[in-house]
Each structure stands twice: as C-alpha cells, then as structure tokens.
Design a protein around this ligand. Structure first.
Ligand code: AMP
Ligand code: ZN
Length: 119
C-alpha cells in the first residue's frame, strides 16, 4: 500500500530504529536527523515517516504530511540558528539531480554562504 515501509529502504530503517541516526527533531509524522556526510555546518535531513520515493509523490498522495515536512524543516532551521543567516531546503528528485535515497527527504543546509544557482 502507498506509504507503507519498504524493507530495502535506508530511511524506513532509520524510522524503525534499525539503523542509528542523530535525531534532532521529531513529530508524529516526521523525523529529522543529521546527514552522515554533511555538506554545510548545518546539514539535516527531514523525512516523512511514511515511505514515498520523492517529495512530489508524497505531496500528491499525502499533502498534509508534505506540509508537516516543510514545517519541521523550518523548526529545524530555527533550532540550528540559521534563520537569520539564511538556509536552503533542497529536494533532490531523480538520480540525474543527485537523489541517492528514494524516500522523500528535505535537506536543510545552512551555516555558510550558499551559492546561487547551485551546481
Ligand atoms: P540525496 O542524495 O538527496 O538522495 O540525499 C541522501 C542523503 O542521505 C545524502 O546526503 C547522504 O549523505 C545521506 N545519508 C546516507 N546514509 C545516511 C545515514 N545512514 N544517515 C544519515 N544520512 C545518510
Ligand atoms: Zn522508505
């Protein structure tokens, strides 16, 4: 069924606690943890606890949870102290755009200058 945990999904395993992560924020529907390979001083991943392969399919199927991910990302940014300096939310979508984990996630990046446009 749509949204069900996938046995072979890294982030579903993190949600279930089968793989350790450094959790910084959690709600009923979302989990946020530090990226294992940070690309900025603040680099947190915010994921829905339900499994969808990318942000657009999450938003199409469960728009309220997609909203929860955005709200959680803003709360993480505030917690991390990067609201004043600015931060970036990134949803890589598709292998060609650098997506490597096919469970929807927002990158919260901040704490350094961020170039525009991104590479
Ligand atoms: P993406 O490339 O947009 O799919 O993002 C996937 C992110 O997951 C990358 O930035 C990885 O560094 C990160 N990542 C992979 N494995 C883990 C893990 N076990 N814990 C935390 N972050 C991870
Ligand atoms: Zn998953």
């Amino acid at each position: 069924m749509a949204g069900e945990p996938q046995a072979d999904c890294l982030f579903c395993k993190i949600v279930k606690g089968e793989i350790p992560s450094t959790v910084v924020h959690e709600t009923d529907t979302t989990l946020a943890f530090r990226d294992i390979s940070p690309k900025a001083p603040t680099h947190v991943l915010v994921i829905p606890k339900v499994h969808y392969p990318d942000a657009a399919s999450l938003a199409a199927a469960e728009p309220a949870v997609a909203g929860d991910v955005l709200r959680a990302a803003g709360e993480v940014a505030a917690q991390e102290g990067v609201v004043g300096s600015g931060y970036r939310l990134v949803f890589n979508t598709g292998a060609g755009a650098g997506q490597t984990v096919f469970h929807a996630h927002a990158h919260v990046l901040g704490g350094r200058g961020l170039e525009w446009p991104p590479g």
